[in-house]
Write a protein that binds this ligand. Sequence first.
Ligand SMILES: Nc1nc2c(ncn2[C@@H]2O[C@H](COP(=O)(O)OP(=O)(O)O)[C@@H](O)[C@H]2O)c(=O)[nH]1
Ligand SMILES: [Mg+2]
Length: 409
Amino acid sequence: MLPHVTDTGWVMEFVILAVVIALVAVGVISGLVVSSRKKKQLPPAPSSTPTITPPAEPHVGEEAETPRDTSRRTIEEVGLPPEEAPETAEPQTPAAPALDVPEPTAGRLVRLRARLARSQNSLGKGLLTLLSRDNLDEDTWEEIEDTLLTADVGVAPTQELVERLRERVRVLGTRTPEELRKLLREELLTLLGTDFDRVVRTEGGAETPGVVMVVGVNGTGKTTTTGKLARVLVADGRSVVLGAADTFRAAAADQLQTWGERVGARTVRGPEGGDPASIAFDAVKEGIAEGADVVLIDTAGRLHTKTGLMDELGKVKRVVEKHGPLDEILLVLDATTGQNGLVQARVFAEVVDITGIVLTKLDGTAKGGIVIAVQRELGVPVKLVGLGEGPDDLAPFEPEAFVDALIGD
Ligand SMILES: Nc1nc2c(ncn2[C@@H]2O[C@H](COP(=O)(O)OP(=O)(O)O)[C@@H](O)[C@H]2O)c(=O)[nH]1
Ligand SMILES: [Mg+2]
């Protein structure tokens, strides 16, 4: 019994409408799911964003170029997690309430030695192999010289080393591998200098915190080093305030702040494009007000002329010194930039009184000789070395451990 044909038509229309509504609903929901998935793929925190700069002819005062040796780093070398420190493996969320417990600093260079040895053995092992030849003729000595020059030891130190080695090998007469290793070790240590004071000064005054200013060309690892140094200090029980005086990019302050948050160090920052000197001043002021032990000031290196660099860093230094003297001015140099690093070092040394050198990215180069060359150039000791991108991959520089890593023991 179907008396109303039109009713059936209405029912059909209703069904079609319902299906359309259902389809639209499904479409909307899946759209939401997709967009919420997209949201989860936001770019990572600035601290983990690698600086990608196109390779270019390097110039002093410019942004750092892509490290010369980058192509030599294998995936294996770069990608290895810090095997000695599984407990510091960090969750992705930067705002995690639990603070990191940084590794103790004692013996770090020894612990990170494998990383050093992996990239450095071409120097030490190469020298030992050459010295072990039965006949140390003129050609062999030239090869030894070339090996040292290739490792960025520098011309004058290379000539000194070769001269001393020649003399001592001659006096020695017959030589065993052990004797050669001992000889090479001693001579490399002499070149590195064993009586430099390599302690990073952070005592400050009676009423004022220790103040450390970190300078260097962009991309060398200033912010990373400042962050790692904050961890070292916190691990030693000191309270730290960070000053984000690189105001060229907001991301630079974010990057520093992320480092600080992980260990509970506060970051004093200002507006993008603000005056770096006033931020540095405020950071020290905050440090004094809080009774902090140390204030670390990260600066910008994107300064294209020596005058600009002089004006800006000079001003930061002068302004900070209104509170009290600076304890350290650390120059950060990227070990992979070789001789260009030396040119940078010279310029910065003319602008501010460098008290210590931090040589970063020693894990990514076979040119460890730059340690010798840069100390020679500035007459200032290498105090810290960077051996990776991990939070605890910063080590006090110890000449003995370094040389042992170079030539094996
Ligand atoms: N392999 C390696 N990379 C490092 C080291 N120190 C810093 N870096 C990386 O170098 C890049 C630039 O560092 P950053 O601190 O931002 O340089 P800044 O511009 O001088 O502040 C980042 O990708 C760091 O992770 C190191 O010792 N070894
Ligand atoms: Mg920086």
